[in-house]
Design a binder for this molecule. Structure first.
Ligand SMILES: [Zn+2]
Ligand SMILES: [Zn+2]
Length: 582
């Protein structure tokens, strides 16, 4: 496809939609209507809310405009003429936009049928080119994205070159809705957010908590194999610590207000770094003690506006799988390589196969906003780049994307629907050690600043599990399934044997439940399938007599009668936790 073609098509669809809206709902004012990565939208100012029926009518009117096959025409206009045109129509937002355009910039109108918009373009040739489109939803949106401004109504839609592409997109959208972690989180009873406790705070229910425990066990084992030490640190600390670490000057907007205790101010921690530094500094360290790798599943609190909170993905309290590696400059590259190995091993263990890796570095023109000298930066950027090159990891260099204290590797995970998720990060830091005076004694007997690597692999436990729910569509692999097998006795006389099977499976550490309710077996099986339980073990007279179970899988397949020993062998094989061999 020609470059920008899809964007032109979608932007043209937004003009057609705006015409349709104004035809059907006279007096509606226009704000802006751009193309987006997935489609297009237009923001409208109208008192009455748009209903789903309204969207259908708009869509029908759009089809008429498309059938009319009107040409899109561009005309350059003078500032006076442009302002007069929209003032006369009461289009306040357009008047404001024209007013905000630099005087030297030429102004253009795009016109089709009887609709004229203030617009840079470009557009497709004719309205008839917009064949495959669909309106999707309405949402509130503030003028210029500022919550102090008036709230407008944003109608979202999408458009594609062909009907087949559109249908494919709509099918994926439908699948994404079914997998929405908020919906599955409720249906599978994994987690909740409690109105009474406040927004953005996650309650892990027993099944969600089991998934988290399994992830944490796996995570700890892998860190032990890789010579990490663990730490537990407090959730709050005196404001003095945050002054010293620079958080109250650089990070204050993301922190909760202080808590006063006995005349002393405390703050909830937004990061674990200063705590790990305190542990490192509790001893005099020599170069022989390095690298020192300190890891913690550390719960942090960050203030996010309530408007941006979203299920488990944007929250106010979350647990990071944080680690800080303290090392000498010479050790940095080898340490980064080890972290890269751990990143890809762990992400593959959770079924992620496609990654987008970015190296965030300083921009060429904005050097002033970064802490530290050119030499330190050049060294740190080179270390990260060389580590990825040695591991053969393809990456994109993101100029100007580095944090103020150092460059970073950011890994995006592509899920089973091809959507990107924020994943592991590895940050190189030579600034905090200087600021907080974190040193070791070198082989020259002198004091040197350590280098620090901040790294999180899971990232946020909440966001990661939210992502996993959608990635697996709630059907977790056996090793992560909170309930691995559900035993279904057909009649009361099978209960004793059902509990015996349960005990045998539990003795092998399987997570098993018995559904002893007085319901039809078919009904219980359907329910277990909806709960995405991997194994359903039905027990009747024949199974009791044979010392077997009638095993079914959640995908509907029927394994027939399986002796208990065979079943356990099969499950053990399938539930094997991925091993790194590190
Ligand atoms: Zn436009
Ligand atoms: Zn850190």
């Amino acid at each position: 496809m020609e470059e920008g073609r899809l964007e032109r098509l979608r932007h043209s669809a937004s003009h057609i939609m705006a015409e349709a809206v104004q035809d059907l709902f006279p007096g509606t004012k226009l704000a802006i209507g751009p193309a987006t990565a997935e489609g297009f939208y237009y923001d409208f100012d109208r008192t009455e809310p748009f209903t789903p029926e309204d969207l259908e009518r708009v869509e029908a009117r759009m089809r008429e405009i498309v059938s009319g096959d009107y040409p899109f025409a561009c005309k350059v206009v003078g500032r006076e003429e442009a302002l007069a045109f929209f003032e006369e129509r009461g289009e306040d937002y357009k008047v404001e936009l024209i007013g905000a355009t630099p005087a030297e910039e030429p102004l253009s109108f795009y016109e089709h049928d009887h609709f004229i918009d203030f617009c840079k373009g470009p557009h497709v040739a004719r309205t008839g080119d917009v064949r495959a489109f669909k309106l999707l939803s309405v949402a509130g949106a503030y003028w210029r994205g500022d919550e102090h401004n008036k709230q407008l109504q944003r109608i979202y839609g999408t458009a594609f070159e062909t009907q087949a592409e559109l249908e494919d997109y709509l099918a994926r959208l439908e699948e994404a809705k079914k997998r929405d972690h908020r919906r599955l989180g409720r249906d599978l009873d994994l987690f909740s957010i409690q109105e009474q406790s406040g927004p953005g705070l996650i309650f892990w229910h027993p099944k969600g908590a089991m998934i988290r425990k399994l992830i944490e066990d796996f995570w700890r084992d892998e860190h032990i194999k890789r010579d990490y030490h663990f730490a537990y640190t407090p959730h709050i600390a005196s404001i003095e610590l945050w002054h010293q670490s620079g958080h109250t000057s650089n990070y204050k907007d993301s922190m909760f207000s202080p808590i006063e205790v006995e005349g002393q101010q405390y703050m909830l921690k937004p990061m674990n770094c200063p705590f790990h530094i305190q542990i490192f500094r509790s001893h005099l360290r020599s170069y022989r003690d390095l690298p020192f790798r300190l890891a913690e599943l550390g719960t942090v609190y960050r203030y996010e506006r309530s408007g941006v909170l979203h299920g488990m993905l944007r929250v106010r309290g979350f647990t990071q799988d944080d680690a800080h590696i303290f090392c000498t400059p010479d050790q940095a590259k080898a340490e980064i390589i080890k972290v890269i190995d751990l990143v890809f091993f762990m992400m593959r263990a959770f079924g992620y196969e496609d990654f987008d890796v970015e190296l965030s570095v300083r921009g060429p023109s904005d050097r002033a906003k970064y802490l530290g000298g050119d030499e330190d930066w050049a060294y740190a950027e080179a270390v990260l780049a060389e580590a990825m090159e040695e591991k053969g990891v393809p990456y994109k260099r993101m100029e100007g994307e580095a944090k103020f204290y150092g460059p970073a590797i950011d890994v995006k995970l592509m899920d089973s629907l091809g959507r990107p998720w924020q994943g592991p990060t590895i940050q190189f830091d030579f600034n905090l050690p200087q600021r907080l005076d974190v040193t070791y004694i070198g082989d020259d007997g002198k004091e040197h600043y350590v280098r620090m690597i901040h790294r999180a692999i899971i990232g946020s436990m909440e966001r990661f599990v939210g992502g996993l729910i959608e990635h697996y569509g709630g059907a977790f692999p056996l090793w992560l399934s909170p309930v691995q097998a559900l035993i279904l006795p057909i009649a009361d006389r099978h209960h004793e044997y059902a509990h015996e099977v349960k005990r045998r499976l539990q003795a092998e550490s399987f997570r098993v439940e018995v559904d002893a309710r007085n319901e039809k077996t078919g009904y219980k099986i359907r329910e277990a399938q909806l709960q995405k339980i991997p194994y359903m073990l039905v027990i009747g007279d024949r199974e009791v007599a044979a010392g077997a179970v009638a095993a079914r899988l959640r995908d509907g397949s029927d394994l027939g009668a399986v002796p208990i020993a065979d079943l356990m062998g099969r499950m053990k094989e399938e539930a094997r936790i991925p091993s790194s061999g590190a």
